[in-house]
Design a protein around this ligand. Sequence first.
Ligand SMILES: Cc1cc2nc3c(=O)[nH]c(=O)nc-3n(C[C@H](O)[C@H](O)[C@H](O)COP(=O)(O)OP(=O)(O)OC[C@H]3O[C@@H](n4cnc5c(N)ncnc54)[C@H](O)[C@@H]3O)c2cc1C
Length: 338
Amino acid sequence: MKLQKNISLKHLNTFGVDVSCKLFCSVTSTKEIEQLLLCDEFTKNNVLILGGGSNLLFTKDFNGLIVKNKVKGFETLSESKNNKIIKVGAGENWHQFVLWSIENGLSGIENMALIPGNVGASPMQNIGAYGVEAKDVIDKVWAVEIENGKEIILSNKDCQFEYRNSIFKNDLKDKVIITHVSFNLSKTPKKNTGYGDIMQEIKDLGMEVSTESICKAVIKIREKKLPNPDKIGNSGSFFKNPIISTSKFKDLKELNPEIIGYKISETEIKVAAGWLIDQCGWKGHRKGDVGVHKNQALVLVNYGKATGEEIITLAKKIQDSVKDKFDIDIHPEVNIIG
Ligand SMILES: Cc1cc2nc3c(=O)[nH]c(=O)nc-3n(C[C@H](O)[C@H](O)[C@H](O)COP(=O)(O)OP(=O)(O)OC[C@H]3O[C@@H](n4cnc5c(N)ncnc54)[C@H](O)[C@@H]3O)c2cc1C
C-alpha cells in the first residue's frame, strides 16, 4: 500500500472539480484495509473513502487522506434452483458487474445498467433506476469498522434501505469501509419493463423482451437523456425527489395540473424534482462554467472550470426558488464534501 502526497482529484470525481488531497492511497483487500486502520496517516487525518467519485462534490481541497477502494472479485456464495448469491468486491465497476451478470445468465440488475460508480457505493444511497433499486437484490454487505478494525456483516434488513438512503448515510456514516456486497440474482429473467420508455425502446431495437434487451434499452435511454460525465462534468441527479403529503400534492395539482408525482403510500407522493426545477426556469441556465443541463433540470453541470463552491451556490439558489414557488424543500442526493 503506497501513500502519495498532494494528489489531484480532478479525474477522480465525475463533476471534474479541480481540487487536490493532502494524502492518497488505494486498498485492494480487507487485510490491507485492516493494516491501513493502524497507520498514523489514517488515525490522525480526516478520511474519505472513494469509489468512482460519481456521487460527491468537493467544495475545496481535501485536507486529509483519500482511500480509493479497489477491492475486486466475483464469487458465487450459493446456488438454488432459481437463484444465485454473488459476492462482489466493492471496487468493481457497477456497470461492468451488470454486464457480467447478464453474460452469466443472471437477472435482477439490468434496469440499473450504466449507473456510474462502484459496487461498494451501491448500498450507500440504495441506487436505483427504471423501477429497480439496489435493495431489491442486495443480500448482505461486508464492512470493516473504522474504530476497531472489526469485520461486520449486515443483512438486507440491517441496512435500513429507503429511497436514496440507508444506514450508511445515517448511523454508520463515516464509521465503516464497505469491502464486499452480495446480491441475490435470478436465473430466470425478471422482465421489469413497466417503467419509462423501456418497452418502446425494446420495440425500436427490434428485440424480444429479455434481460439483455432490457439492459440495451436502458443504456440507449440513458445515453439520450443524461450527460456523459466524460464530456460534461456532473454527478447525475443533484437533488432527491421530494416526498410530500397526498393532500399537499392535491392542492398543488389544482394549481399545476401538469405536476409529476408517484404515489408511494396512501399518504405520500414522490414529486419529480426535475419538474419543479424546470418550472422555476432553471433548465439550460448557465453562469460561467456552472449550469443546469439543457435537457435535465435535475442535473447540475461543470462546463470546465467551475468550482465546488460555485456549484453549491447555484444549488442553493435552486432550492430557494423551489421553496418560494411550491413551498417544497428539495435536498441534495450528492454527498457534499467540505
Ligand atoms: C451521469 C450519472 C448518472 C447517475 N445515475 C444514477 C441513477 O440512475 N441512480 C442512482 O441511484 N445514482 C445515479 N448516479 C449517482 C452515482 O452513480 C451513484 O450514487 C453511485 O453509486 C456512486 O458510486 P461511486 O463509487 O462513484 O461513489 P462515490 O461518489 O465515490 O462515493 C459516494 C459516497 O459513498 C462513500 N463510499 C463509496 N464507496 C465506499 C465504500 N466502499 N465504503 C464506504 N463508503 C463508501 C463515499 O465516501 C461517498 O460518501 C449517477 C451519477 C452520474 C454521474
